[in-house]
Design a binder for this molecule. Structure first.
Ligand code: SRM
Ligand code: SF4
Length: 565
């Protein structure tokens, strides 16, 4: 490709022979623990990122050693569902080739960290043996499709999850490169004769994310998705889905041309129209998305550039039918409900809280081993949630007591004693693995929470549910722009403090203080908690209180989810 108007990344994709590049050669090179920059970009489409241990960077630089290169591997698990056998496979890979932890992500899947180059292929192959792929877990394609994490409450919930699975499968890249590189499938045609009917040879301008929500639970944060489907269920029957487009979180500090945006609801489709609608949205983004400046390439910018009515008209022209007017729906929260719940079929589901989604064996919290022990006996399945928690799902009544015993034995029963803010805390990975982190997040949460709990306790608010989101940089992997309280990393120990989102993922928060340290954050929150304790109306949520009481000024532009249908 000699087109100088497109970004370097576009050139790499175009020349990659459908995601092959020189990945095979790079992986086989024993001289370095790294691969080339170009291949690193292609590797993302295969579900892995090259990283280095940032805790060791300085020391290794002084010793004139190359950085401690290692790889993150992300699985593709539509709706976050996996069987006990698959759990055991992940456990084995984590202990054998990764850093002995499993990380539940904010998109309902597992990440492994610390895999060395020489072990990358067998880690991915082992996952595939357990029938879990990593294809398109990252990269400029449709990623893991998320779905409400308790899809078994009613038959309609089950159906909504099945549609998420179908979307995930239907929108998967078609290249055989994945099978050749990781699974030793013989090279079919050298790549040149392959095609990607939906994506084309340069795939999408940027990552693309889909979520399926089942009201009243918005646990997938449907308005943060490029494409959201909101299940409309009447009298237990799934009628179809409202369609939301253009959600996204990522921003860059100091660059107002980047911004978080909530999805706009543009209409309603019946289930049979779902796949074609998703394809249509992807096609419009494929052909109209910005391929020069990756910062402006997400669907949210395409829509704002085209204008929502033009975008919708273009979508309808391509899919060949008009969207119906959107239907009424109501979300009441975007968190998880802990403890046991019973499904319509008499099976039970136990939601456990997993701090920041990190499953490890710590001396007083052998969580990884506990879940291995549970997986060895469990007869149902597991469900990962978008709030980084875990559901031990589909437990027959007779097995409940045994699961409870194991949960207690391995100290997984912390969910019984959580403060209101701890129940709703989400933190992104950040240091030491994330190359983009500006501040700590996952490692900071355990220090921050007790301090916030002490403040809240002083004002009689210990059990008050408050959404807390921490991100180590403005990319927003914990969806911090939807936190009632959010900290967004600026530099080590310094954060922007944002406040005032609602409790159901339908309103963005705003920046209240920029680049402040912990002492200032706690001071600011202490005085707001004091006012909240005495001035709130009944059960008014913290974020709502801040707006109603005028602590936060009324919004200058629309920051609430909008309906355009
Ligand atoms: Fe993310 C990049 C981790 C969910 C927005 N994200 C990254 C990378 C890969 C850093 C990098 O590019 O080098 C992080 C790897 C850290 C590590 O060491 O593991 C990373 N993102 C994560 C995870 C693991 C956070 C977590 O704590 O769970 C989540 C994995 C999701 C998954 O399983 O697929 C994760 N990232 C999100 C979300 C939330 C969501 O999708 O619901 C967002 C905000 C929604 C959105 O996309 O707008 C998000 N991540 C980003 C961005 C900003 C994108 C943008 O449009 O500006 C980046 C940076 C980028 O793409 O250039 C990024
Ligand atoms: Fe890394 Fe930033 Fe995402 Fe946190 S928000 S995982 S620091 S890219």
């Amino acid at each position: 490709m000699s087109d100088h108007t497109v970004s370097e990344f576009e050139r790499i994709k175009a020349n990659s022979r459908f995601l092959r590049g020189t990945l095979q050669e790079g992986l086989a090179d024993p001289v370095t623990g790294a691969i080339s920059d170009d291949d690193n970009k292609l590797l993302k489409f295969h579900g892995s990122y090259q990283q280095d241990d940032r805790d060791q960077r300085e020391e290794r630089r002084k010793q004139k050693l190359e950085p401690a290169y290692q790889f993150m591997v992300r699985a593709r698990l539509a709706g976050g569902v996996l069987s006990p056998a698959q759990w055991l496979a992940f456990d084995h890979i984590a202990r054998t080739w990764a850093n002995h932890t499993l990380r539940i992500t904010t998109r309902q899947t597992f990440q492994l960290h610390g895999v060395l180059k020489r072990d990358l292929k067998r880690s991915i192959a082992e996952m595939n043996k357990a029938l879990v792929s990593t294809i398109a877990a990252c990269g400029d394609v449709n990623r893991n499709v998320v779905a409400s994490a308790n899809p078994v409450a009613t038959p309609a919930h089950r159906l909504a999850y099945r549609w998420a699975e179908r979307l995930s499968e239907h929108l998967k890249p078609k290249t055989r490169a994945y099978h050749e590189i990781w699974l030793d499938e013989t090279l079919v045609a050298g790549g040149e004769e392959e095609s990607e009917p939906l994506y084309g040879p340069t795939y999408l301008p940027r990552k693309f994310k889909i979520g399926v929500a089942v009201p009243p639970t918005n646990d997938v944060d449907v308005f943060a998705q490029d494409l959201g489907f909101i299940a409309i269920i009447e009298h237990g029957e799934l009628l179809g889905f409202n369609v939301s487009v253009g959600g996204g979180m990522g921003t860059t500090h100091g660059d107002p041309s980047t911004y978080p945006r909530l999805g706009s609801v543009i209409g309603f489709v019946v289930p049979e129209q779902l796949l074609r609608t998703a394809e249509g949205v992807i096609e419009v983004q494929r052909d109209h998305g910005d391929r020069q400046e990756r910062k402006h390439a997400r669907l949210k910018y395409t829509i704002d550039r085209m204008g929502l009515p033009v975008f919708k008209a273009e979508l309808e022209r391509r899919i060949g039918f008009e969207l119906q007017a959107s239907r009424a729906y109501h979300f009441d929260h975007n968190g998880d409900r802990y403890g046991w719940t019973e499904g319509d079929d008499g099976r039970w589901h136990l939601t456990l809280q997993i701090e920041s989604g990190r499953l490890a064996d710590l001396p007083d919290q052998p969580h990884l081993s506990g879940l291995r022990a549970i997986a060895e006996e469990h007869q149902g399945d597991f469900r990962l949630t978008c709030n980084q928690n875990l559901i031990i799902a589909n437990v027959p009544t007779a097995q409940r007591a045994r699961i409870d015993t194991l949960v207690g034995e391995y100290k997984l029963d912390g969910y019984r004693r959580l403060s209101g803010i701890r129940r709703h805390a989400v933190a992104c990975v950040a240091l030491p693995t994330c190359g983009l982190a500006m501040a700590e997040s996952e490692r900071y949460l355990p220090q921050l929470l007790p301090k916030l709990e002490a403040l809240l306790g002083r004002h009689g608010l210990r059990d008050e549910p408050i959404l807390l989101r921490l991100s180590g940089c403005p990319n927003g992997c914990s969806r911090p722009y939807l936190g009632e309280i959010a900290l967004i990393g600026r530099a080590l120990g310094r954060y922007d403090l944002r406040l005032g989102a609602d409790f159901a993922g339908q309103r963005l928060n705003r920046t209240v203080r920029e680049n402040v340290d912990e002492a200032e954050i706690l001071r600011e929150l202490d005085s707001l908690f004091a006012r909240y304790a005495t001035e709130r109306n009944g059960h008014e949520r913290f974020g709502d209180f801040l707006l109603r009481s005028g602590v936060l000024p009324a919004a200058r532009h629309a920051i609430e989810a909008e309906i355009f249908a």
